[in-house]
Design a protein around this ligand. Structure first.
Ligand SMILES: [Zn+2]
Length: 122
């Protein structure tokens, strides 16, 4: 029985043969998905629901309460490009009844100065 087990000498040439095969990919990993619209599978990934605003009644049927959706999203880094919903103008909620919807508007005062007012669309 030998007192010490002989250590195997490292072979630098053999180690080199375990390198990467093929060409190395440049840059970080990504898996970019393009969304055609709010019905695409990843359209609402990482987009929170919009808080319900005041008197608005229902979730927008187009963006389902998100107000926006991804047009492009990277499923690894989650960098994304988004589109604002033009049905609810990004609010995520819509008015379904006959209540007027308030919006900010600018009018001209009798003195000739512009002034912010709350206008109501019927
Ligand atoms: Zn919407």
């Amino acid at each position: 029985m030998p007192a010490t087990r002989p250590t195997r000498p490292r072979n630098p040439v053999a180690r080199r043969s375990f390198g990467r095969r093929g060409r190395r990919t440049i840059g970080h990993a990504s898996n970019i998905v393009h969304c055609d619209g709010p019905d695409s599978p990843h359209a609402f990934d990482i987009i929170p629901l919009q808080p319900r605003n005041g008197s608005l009644d229902a979730k927008c049927p187009v963006c389902r309460g998100h107000g926006q959706w991804n047009t492009e999203i990277d499923l690894i880094s989650f960098r994304c490009k988004r589109a604002i919903c033009d049905h609810c103008h990004g609010a995520g909620w819509i008015e379904t009844g006959s209540d007027p919807v308030a919006r900010a508007d600018i009018v001209m005062t009798p003195d000739g100065y512009p002034q912010w007012v709350v206008a109501f669309d019927s």
